[in-house]
Design a protein around this ligand. Structure first.
Ligand SMILES: Nc1nc2c(c(=O)[nH]1)N[C@H]1C(S)=C(S)[C@@H](COP(=O)(O)OP(=O)(O)OC[C@H]3O[C@@H](n4cnc5c(=O)[nH]c(N)nc54)[C@H](O)[C@@H]3O)O[C@H]1N2
Ligand SMILES: Nc1nc2c(c(=O)[nH]1)N[C@H]1C(S)=C(S)[C@@H](COP(=O)(O)OP(=O)(O)OC[C@H]3O[C@@H](n4cnc5c(=O)[nH]c(N)nc54)[C@H](O)[C@@H]3O)O[C@H]1N2
Ligand code: SF4
Ligand SMILES: [Mo]
Length: 764
């Protein structure tokens, strides 16, 4: 099962021509528009060649690429969306971004609060709904203690909203049960960065793509999930024939098809690849010893070790010892290690194939480690870089510490000094913040199931469809007093609600999104929300008042909250004090650290002259660690708990398609997008299908130890035997019914990418 060293043949045409045209048609602006925008100041209210009367700078609300866009309005409606030339995306957007114009107008928006009465959700007024929530939350807290309450949020809320929710629950209600969907997404990346550098968030930037010679794309499918970044990679390849792209993915994904080298690892085994690469780097003298000796420390279970001990540990991972389990030949592993190490600049880009794994943290540590060992860090084009999923997982959730174990600015609830600092910054009495970490996502829903948590506010996320083993956790929400803030009435989660609140979306409200390269951008309010829908910030602030916590949540408007949080950030290495609303409005975002209102932002972190925290004369300094050295933990390979067996002999992996966003509540309602993607299917290999008497289009029943689900199969000649793929956007094919809910012991992120399954033909 080893991969060829030879480059891939000429990239295949995409399966559907319509999809490709759709994707690229959105890229770029006309020369005239680009010229008009060259002077950034003249941008607002620019007249377009299209039908819009006025144009406003904004940000796409979908993915973590964070494309800067121009929103064209006419008669108070969005009529056009363009990529913004001055943004990092240089005018390029993808099909989801371009169809944002249809988002505010999607059919069936939720416009009034609803309360479950006699088993049915019935319309109610805001006062009735909010008074009911406050009364029930108080009753639950007084009877069962604050830890019977919880908040489950989202990397799609604005920073002001996540920050306020975190403060309300941890500093007001006094429970650390605050978690959210970034736990399903970026938790392993965050845990990896904290382990290595002592601080979260990537050291590099998208612009490193423009300088990289080797692009190591690992467990990521940017062709579909981050198209402007893929486009940037293409531009880089076109500019320099030496650029070499490697894709590590068990599946011949659309990205893998188009890279120079595809490494089709066996699902769940690729920590073996990273350890083997490290072994080759060390044994073949490819390590930058001077860099390592000055900037790196090795560690195992808290004990510092030397380079020789690290080398000894790696001996079990020599390419010849891992090739069978990994599915990649030893010669290929050596080739990749040499190519990566010897390049002038290597950049790794990784996403969910890495993070959504029971060894997600270890994989993140080792991805950073191969850069540290070879000195591919802190130079243009040389950087490790975890690509972010959601538009505000970074700024909104990771930076504000809106997770069960965390507090703002990289602090921890378990640390008494950190609690005291935050209590002071929040102006709440000492001892307010509980020292007990709250429940992380999967555990939180288990606590709802067994009654430890009795009341929850779920905001801007659809866990009944997006959690692994989702039926189990949907039932848990039904058992609880669950309040759901949503834009549509029929998400799987809305169906479980005791109270359903109508939310304003994207540019119907104002707030900051913090995206994958530490870039913060402002979304201004351009539209009125439909009916009685309100912003999530308004909902949180009103609830605070009714809970008697108005003195904790004093900041009520987006700008007031932003300024509070901006000043608090200045007391940490996550410092963006210099990013005022005015600056964010005038610029296509800024990257932190950005400590003052004249600071230009930081492209490369830990690098002298760029990062304001690096000491003079240090060159590179990993200041997040006490001894200012990056730490490489030894990471032994542990196989996934989901191993194929006689009952479940196949691997299922799950993910995304270009035209759909997550659980599809928004993109399934936009005809151009649902039409292009079609209904979700199980993608199966021809061998596995024919062995089971299945032909393309047949209905199948897929089962795992966790449950079963029916859906149509589509055979794909490029799918490797033994592997199936399904996306999770379609509620009619609820793939998470069968997905295992094992999680990484450190990051607590579930392993969506590996489930052992079986399937058979089912009647229609
Ligand atoms: N079109 C679209 N774009 C999106 C989103 C969306 O819903 N739709 N969502 C956004 C969000 S929140 C996220 S998190 C990102 C996700 O972006 P990506 O991570 O790029 O997308 P996924 O499809 O989840 O998974 C990536 C790849 O991991 C591979 N994989 C599976 N198992 C393994 C393994 O064991 N090892 C390795 N190395 N790879 C494996 C899968 O085959 C898949 O091709 O996309 C963002 N962008
Ligand atoms: N099988 C499988 N499952 C996965 C993954 C996978 O790869 N495979 N990936 C995981 C990852 S990385 C992620 S990030 C999660 C995403 O999972 P979810 O967050 O559950 O998915 P979304 O569809 O983005 O849910 C957002 C919800 O918020 C609503 N909404 C939109 N805008 C607003 C707003 O402004 N306010 C409010 N209150 N509501 C709003 C939408 O209608 C939608 O129902 O899925 C995870 N689940
Ligand atoms: S790549 Fe992401 S941020 Fe950019 S337009 Fe597409 S969905 Fe929006
Ligand atoms: Mo995500």
């Amino acid at each position: 099962m080893s991969a060829p060293i030879e480059p891939n043949p000429t990239p295949d045409a995409p399966p559907n021509k319509y999809r490709r045209e759709f994707l690229w048609a959105m890229g770029g602006l006309s020369a005239a528009v680009a010229a008009a925008m060259a002077g950034w100041g003249g941008l607002e209210l620019m007249v377009s060649p299209g039908t819009a009367d006025e144009w406003h700078k904004s940000v796409c609300r979908f993915c973590g690429t964070g494309c800067t866009i121009r929103v064209g309005l006419r008669d108070g409606k969005v009529v056009d969306i363009r990529g913004h030339e001055a943004g990092h995306n240089k005018g390029v957007i993808c099909v989801k971004g371009s169809m944002l114009r249809a988002l505010p107008e999607i059919e069936g928006r939720l416009t009034r609060p609803m309360i479950r009465k006699g088993g049915k959700l019935v319309e109610a007024g805001w006062d009735e709904a909010l008074d009911l929530i406050a009364a029930r939350f108080k009753e639950i807290r007084d009877t069962h203690g604050p830890d019977a309450l919880a908040f489950y949020g989202s990397g799609q809320l604005f920073t002001e909203e996540s920050y306020t929710a975190n403060k309300l629950f941890k500093g007001g209600l006094r429970t650390n049960n605050v978690d959210g969907n970034p736990r399903l997404c970026m938790a392993s990346a965050a845990a990896g960065y904290v382990s290595v550098y002592g601080k979260d968030e990537p050291p590099g930037s998208y612009e490193d793509i423009d300088h990289a010679e080797v692009l190591f794309i690992f467990g990521a499918n940017p062709y579909e999930c981050h198209p402007p970044l893929w486009e940037r990679i293409q531009r880089r390849r076109a500019a320099d024939p030496r650029v070499y792209t490697i894709c590590v993915d068990p599946r011949l994904s659309p990205t893998a098809k188009r890279c120079d080298l595809h490494l089709p690892v066996i699902p769940g085994t690729d920590l073996l690849l990273l350890n083997a690469m490290a072994q080759v780097i060390v044994e073949d003298g490819l390590a930058e010893r001077a860099f390592v000796d000055r900037h790196v420390r090795f560690s195992q279970a808290g004990q510092t070790m030397d380079f020789e001990a690290f080398r000894a540990f790696l001996q079990d991972y020599a390419p010849s010892k891992v090739e069978g389990r990994l599915g990649i030949g030893a010669d290929v592993i050596r080739h990749v290690a040499h190519r990566f190490a010897r390049a002038r600049a290597s950049m790794s880009l990784w996403t969910m194939g890495v993070n959504q794994r029971t060894q997600g943290t270890a994989l993140n540590i080792m991805l950073n480690a191969i850069h540290l060992l070879t000195g591919h860090i802190g130079r243009p084009g040389a950087t490790p870089f975890s690509v972010t999923g959601q538009p505000n997982a970074c700024g909104g959730v990771r930076d504000t510490g809106a997770l069960a174990h965390a507090l703002p600015g990289g602090r921890l609830v378990a640390n008494a000094e950190h609690r005291r600092e935050v209590e002071k910054l929040w102006g709440v009495p000492e001892g307010t913040i509980s020292p007990k970490p709250g429940h992380h996502a999967v555990e939180l829903f288990r606590a709802m199931e067994d009654g430890r948590v009795k009341g929850a506010l779920v905001m801007c996320t659809n866990p009944a469809q997006s959690l692994p083993d989702c039926d189990r956790y949907a039932a848990a929400m039904e058992k609880c007093f669950t309040v759901v803030s949503e834009i549509v009435p029929d998400s799987e989660t809305a169906k479980t609600a005791s109270v359903l609140l109508p939310a304003a979306l994207w540019c119907e409200k104002q707030g900051v999104l913090g995206q994958g390269e530490r870039r913060y951008q402002l979304v201004d309010k351009l539209l009125d929300a439909p009916g009685e829908a309100k912003s999530d910030l308004w909902i949180l602030a009103e609830l605070a008042t009714r809970l008697g916590l108005g003195d904790v949540i004093k900041a009520r408007t987006p700008q007031e909250v932003w300024d509070e949080w901006r000043h608090i950030s200045a007391q940490s290495y996550y410092n963006f004090e210099g990013m005022t609303y005015d600056r964010l409005r005038a610029l296509p975002g800024l990257q932190w650290p950005c400590p003052t209102e004249v600071h230009p932002g930081t492209v490369r972190r830990y690098v002298e002259g760029d990062d304001p925290f690096v000491s003079k004369g240090a060159g590179i300094e990993f200041y997040g660690q006490k001894d200012k050295r990056a730490v490489i933990q030894l990471c032994p390979y542990v196989p996934s708990p989901e191993q194929p067996s006689a009952d479940f002999p196949l691997y299922l992996t799950t993910g995304r398609v270009l035209e759909q966003w997550h659980t599809g509540t928004m993109t399934q309602r936009i005809a151009e997008l649902s039409g292009a993607a079609g209904p979700a299917r199980f993608v199966v290999s021809e061998v596995d299908a024919s062995q089971r008497g299945v032909t393309s289009g047949d209905m199948i029943e897929l089962s795992s130890r966790f449950g079963s689900v029916r859906g149509r199969a589509v055979t794909d000649p490029s799918m490797r035997p033994g592997l199936l793929f399904a996306a999770f956007y379609d509620a009619r094919l609820l793939v998470n019914r069968v997905v295992a809910d094992h999680f990484d012991p450190v990051s607590k992120e579930p392993e969506y990418k590996v489930t052992a399954v079986q399937f058979r033909k089912a009647g229609d």
